[in-house]
Design a binder for this molecule. Structure first.
Ligand code: SAM
Length: 286
């Protein structure tokens, strides 16, 4: 089951890459091998691949994993992948499905083990997909993703950085991320406009834990809802959305020594956790 160039496969299958599905296929087997190696697979594991495309990663995953579940939303591609690339791979199951509807928790439960997850991600769904994966993180042992450089910067940004926002706080809270390497546009067919970044994520995350993850997400989203405004004008002014009052939010900020004139972008992940834990009892008295 060799790596076949995506240009050759597209020609053979009479396909044209679809921009609307973020179809940029990896051209070089060495890069594909490097991305798969970053997942550090053990032979007994099941791996879920997101957006298998023409199988650049899949062929190498099939060599190292016990089982590969390859998700591909484009039915034509999925069919081409089955017939032209993976015909002899008994341990790969290609499923034509939108990953946003995939039940990671259900699969992990039925296998009795957490899943390794990998993908050269379609850029249009990166944020909703990452939020889905953190919601289902008990199903996952680790993830290796290629994302657009700009998204990678948002994920890794710290307080005070212009890229620091909801995605940074929630992903840094829920996972431990490592930036691995970048790939330029000429590694893909067709070439995208921007560089790509490969990251590894472990779903353990920050040491300071929130009492209620959904409430933490609500606090973070409200605080960043108007980036230029102060916490007084976001969290306190819209306290009702947190089941609280402006006075209660102002008192909590004071108790935590967080100046209400600060903006959300200056708060650390731990600040958000402390704030969410302190506001929660106010929301649910008794
Ligand atoms: N893994 C291949 C590679 O590295 O060459 C293809 C990567 S390409 C950037 C992203 C792939 O995700 C495309 O094949 C696209 O059709 C697929 N895709 C896009 N949206 C999807 C979705 N919601 N669910 C599953 N696959 C999707």
């Amino acid at each position: 089951m060799p790596f076949i160039s995506p240009k050759v496969l597209c020609r053979r299958l009479g396909l044209r890459p679809k921009k609307s599905l973020g179809q940029h296929f990896l051209l070089h087997p060495d890069q594909a091998r490097r991305i798969v190696a970053a997942l550090e697979l053990r032979g007994s594991e099941t791996v879920v691949e997101i957006g298998a495309g023409l199988g650049a990663l899949t062929v190498f995953l099939a060599q190292t994993a016990a089982q590969v579940i390859a998700l591909e939303m484009d039915a034509q591609l999925a069919q081409g992948l089955r017939s032209e690339v993976l015909a002899e791979a008994a341990n790969v199951k290609v499923i034509t499905q939108d990953v946003l509807d995939f039940d990671f928790l259900g699969l992990s439960r039925s296998l009795g083990q957490p899943l390794a997850v990998i993908g050269n991600l379609p850029y249009q769904i990166t944020s909703p997909l990452l939020f889905k994966l953190i919601a289902e993180k008990p199903a996952i042992s680790r993830m290796v993703f290629m994302v657009q450089q700009e998204v990678g910067q948002r994920l890794l940004a710290g307080p005070g950085n212009k890229d620091y926002g909801i995605l940074s706080v929630l992903l840094q809270y829920h996972t431990r991320m490592a930036r691995l390497f970048t790939l330029g546009p000429n590694n893909f067919y067709p070439p995208p406009k921007v560089d790509s970044l490969v990251l590894r994520l472990h779903p353990d995350g920050a040491a300071l834990r929130a009492d209620d993850h959904a409430f933490l997400a609500q606090v973070v989203k409200l605080a960043f809802s108007q980036r230029r405004k102060t916490l007084k004008n976001t969290l306190a002014a819209q306290a009702a959305e947190l089941g609280s009052t402006p006075e209660q939010v102002m008192t909590t900020l004071e108790q935590l020594a967080i100046d209400p004139r600060r903006r959300a972008e200056t708060l650390s992940v731990d600040d958000f956790v402390r704030l969410s834990n302190a506001l929660k009892p106010v929301r649910e008295p008794g």
